[in-house]
Ligand binder design. Sequence first.
Ligand code: ZN
Length: 279
Amino acid sequence: MISVLMIAAGQVWAAYGKFPPPVAPYSTKSLNTARVKMPIIFPLIGGNNYSDDFNAHRSGHRHTGIDIKAPKMTAIVAPFKGTFGNKVHSFWIYGDYGWKCLGTHLNDDTPGTNDGKNNFDFMFAPNLNFGDHVEAGQLIGYVGNSGDATGPHLHFEMYSPVGIRDPYPSLQHAMHISSPSRIIRNLNEKPEHKEERYEVCKRNWIHLGGSFYGILLAKQYDTGRVITVKHPSFVTFSFAQDLVEKLDIDSWPTNRPASIYFRREGEKVVVTKVVPPDN
Ligand SMILES: [Zn+2]
C-alpha cells in the first residue's frame, strides 16, 4: 500500500516538474500569523475589497489566504517576478527572491454568463505557458467564481521561503497599477509613421483568403507608446496572399504573439508587415 502511494506522489511531482503548486496546511490548527511584509504589486487592477480573513475558521480548516472581492473578469497581475505555474482555475508563481504566491477561483465562464465552459482565453492571459518567467505586473488572468467560490473573488496565498504567511500586510502596502506591465517583443521595432502594431496570439486562421483571427495582447503606436490589454479582446485581419505564402501560419504557436503592423486607410485596414511569433 505504501509503495502505491509513493508512486502516486511521484506522478504528481512529475506532472509539475520543478514547480508543483504550493500546498497550504489543511487543519484546524492556527497558522503562523506573523505580520511579515513583502514588497508586491497588488494582484488585481481596479476596484476590490478585502479584509484580514487569513487564519479564519472554516469548516475543518483555517482560511489559508485573503479573499479579495472584485467583479468577474477583473485583471489579475503577477505580484512579483518569477516562474509561472497553473492548473485549471489556479495559478502560482515561484518568485525569483524565494517567495511564492498562489491564486485561485479564476474565471471559467463566458463573459456575461455563468456557463462554466472553461475557455482559457477568459481565464488566463493568452501568452502564458507553464514554466514561463513572468515580470511583476504582467497580466496573468481574470477574476471569477470557479470551484467552490460563492461570489467572484481572488483567493490569494503567499509563502515565505519557510512557509505560508498572511498576505494582508503585503497587500496593504502593495503598489497599485492601472494597466499590466508592458510585455512586448522588440520594443524598438516600433511602427513607422501612421502605422500601428498589434501583438496578437493566433486563435484561428483560414489560409484561403488570408483571414486571421487572434486575441490581442498589446498595441504600439508610431510614437512608441504601448497599451497592454486588461480584458480579452479578439481581432481579425486579412493578410494579402503574397504575405500568406511567406508566413507559415499553420506552424505558429497559439501562446506566443505575432506582431502585425498595419495602416488605416479610411475604413480599410492594410497590413504592412507581419513578424511571426518566437517559438
Ligand atoms: Zn479564500
